[in-house]
Design a protein. Structure first.
Length: 264
């Protein structure tokens, strides 16, 4: 991971798309700061297409797609993307193809819920679960006292033992049925909404993240970036970012955004 301050001018000048995680990437201690939001505004005003790629729920993503200065949002770790068409005044909502067969079974997570409750005391269903379409989010530090790394790994293992996919973020373990992740649906979003093939345009896209569920994005994008708190997950990431800020959370995102903007 190279310091973001060393990103060359030609690399920064080529950037046309910024994908970014939300929690602990553009937020700081659970809050979206004015500086981080201004960075989103300024990237967009510079003609760079911005899209959050998040584990947060459908209900949040509808609001984000409507109200933030972004081209759209990929939510629930790739279960869908939302994008608001300002010309037609309509929301475009696209589910990943495997999602529909699972959301018709409202009891699919019941055994997992029971096992987490019994086997990992202190864990809790995320407060935003009511706004989710496709996954189950287990809170291990957002609104509950922080659990140990071993307890977090045990939650992920319960999902996997029950045949689900599990991904660890900085605040939740998210689990779902069906094969998809952040990269899968970011690829579709880029094709459908941005008219961009991410394989051909890899060098023109930056992803900014902070935690293990961002690893597919870190591994794919050659100019992926991490905010400084990604270092807390060293040794637990399947792939690491190419560039890293020296500030945490939203301040790190601000630093990365203005490194790109200042060299254009």
């Amino acid at each position: 991971m190279r310091p973001i301050a060393e990103m060359p001018r030609d690399v920064a000048a080529a950037v046309k798309v910024v994908f970014c995680d939300i929690d602990d990437t553009i937020t700081t201690d659970g809050r979206l700061t004015g500086a981080a939001y201004q960075a989103l505004e300024d990237l967009s005003a510079a003609g760079i297409a911005v899209a959050p790629i998040t584990g947060r729920p459908a209900g949040w993503c509808d609001m984000i797609a409507r109200f933030w200065p972004v081209r759209g949002v990929v939510g629930e770790n790739g279960a869908f993307y939302y994008a608001y068409d300002w010309d037609a005044h309509r929301m475009i909502r696209q589910l990943h193809p495997v999602v529909e067969e699972h959301v018709t079974n409202p009891h699919r997570f019941e055994r997992i819920r029971q096992r987490v409750e019994n086997e990992v005391p202190g864990a809790a269903i995320s407060a935003d679960q009511a706004f989710r379409l496709a996954d189950l989010a287990i809170d291990f530090c957002e609104d509950v006292p922080a659990l140990s790394d071993d307890e977090v790994e045990r939650i992920a293992a319960i999902f996997e033992e029950e045949g689900a996919i599990a991904k660890i973020s900085s605040i939740h373990v998210n689990g779902w049925f069906g094969e998809y992740d952040k990269l899968t649906t970011s690829r579709q979003f880029a094709t459908d909404i941005l008219g961009v093939n991410i394989d051909d345009a890899n060098a023109q896209i930056v992803f900014v993240g902070d935690s293990p569920n961002d690893a597919p994005m870190f591994g794919f994008f050659e100019n992926s970036c991490g905010v400084a708190n990604v270092r807390a997950f060293e040794g637990r990431l399947d792939a690491t970012p190419s560039w890293i800020a020296d500030r945490v959370g939203g301040a790190g995102f601000h630093q990365i955004a203005y490194q790109i903007l200042s060299l254009r």
